[in-house]
Write a protein that binds this ligand. Structure first.
Ligand code: XMP
Length: 326
């Protein structure tokens, strides 16, 4: 498949178009790989999940999915990947909990680009080690989409976690969604029966919570971040904002302030909420969150999350702020 989307290619919006695309790609993948094995780094994000579901339909257990938990995933994510792909789709899934390995490597590292580099490189290393253990894997599948091909000049080192292993030779790449835009990938995902939490999921950076636990990551602050993020997502969902706000998450920075909790002086981290809307992530505006919803979120985070005594809202559009804090 060429890397350029033909002008004649219709935008996929309907279930019927999705089924036609799936049938076409299933045939193409079967033709490409024959009876050989294909390896896929399955992060649980929209793109890799859609590729996994498509390839399971095409070649079943000839696909080997590797899900690396780098310890920087959101609450419930690894469990959902296992539930959907292993339990429901009966996929050939290798789950690796590499949390300790990543967090040990990241201990004491405060510089944002250094953190990203460690996470990206370590990911490839873990993935390569797993790939080497498997026998006769001939192809590498990737969730490349059209904007990845078109993308130019990122502000940060956006090396996507899950890059190409360098030391292993593959006969070829399997990239069935590389000519699709994100909205089309979602239509395909729905047609393949993936759950809405997976298909309509907001963007999540490769380095995960690592770029939101600012400075040197510690396990207790990472846990506070994961819990506050889960509360924010739950409350946005209850308020009907899921799928309407482009990206929303929390940040827990590496400094503390004085407060009062249960009539006692506390000295704890603040939690910063970020909720933005954008079309292409190059610029972003701030979501006007209703105060009543803020009230609820502040009260839940400060009472339910150990280590947090204050909640702030980031009012900065992009520019001058980037969407992520690191
Ligand atoms: P920034 O922070 O640059 O982010 O305004 C723009 C969009 O990109 C996401 N992002 C990343 N995605 N790997 C990714 O796959 C990364 O290293 C990375 N850094 C930022 C960010 O979440 C936002 O959607």
């Amino acid at each position: 498949m060429a890397d350029v989307r033909p002008e004649s290619m219709e935008r996929i919006t309907t279930a019927a178009q999705a089924q036609a695309f799936i049938a076409e790609q299933v045939a193409a993948v079967k033709e490409q790989v024959g009876d050989k094995k294909v390896l896929l780094a399955l992060s649980g994000g929209v793109d890799s999940s859609v590729v996994a579901a498509l390839l399971i339909k095409a070649i079943g257990k000839q696909l080997v999915c590797v899900h690396v938990n780098h310890g920087l995933l959101r609450k419930g994510e690894p469990e959902q990947v296992i539930e959907v792909f292993k339990n429901q789709m009966d996929a050939n899934l290798v789950y690796i909990d590499a949390t300790d390995r990543f967090l040990d490597k990241l201990a004491g590292v405060a510089e944002p680009e250094k953190k990203r580099k460690i996470i990206g490189e370590e990911f490839i290393r873990v993935f390569e080690e797993e790939a080497r253990k498997l026998e006769d894997v001939n192809f590498l599948a990737q969730g490349t989409i059209y904007p990845d091909i078109l993308e130019s000049g990122p502000v940060k080192a956006h090396h996507n976690v899950g890059g190409l292993p360098e030391d292993i030779h593959f006969e070829g790449l399997v990239e069935p969604i590389k000519l699709l835009f994100k909205d089309e990938v979602r239509v395909i995902g729905r047609a393949l029966g993936l759950p809405s939490e997976m298909v309509d999921r907001q963007p999540f950076p490769g380095p995960g919570l690592g770029v939101r636990c600012t400075g040197a990551i510690t396990r207790d602050r990472l846990e506070a971040l994961r819990e506050s993020d889960a509360i924010l997502r739950e409350e946005f969902k209850n308020a009907g904002l899921e799928g309407k706000v482009w990206q929303y998450f929390t940040i827990v920075p590496d400094y503390k302030s004085v407060g009062v909790k249960n009539n006692l002086r506390s000295f704890e981290w603040p939690c910063i909420i970020r909720a933005v809307n954008t079309v292409d992530a190059m610029t972003a505006t701030i979501e006007e969150v209703p105060y009543a919803l803020f009230d609820k979120i502040v009260s839940r985070i400060t009472s339910e999350v150990p280590g947090i005594n204050r909640v702030l809202y980031d009012l900065t559009p992009k520019p001058t702020g980037t969407i992520e804090w690191e």
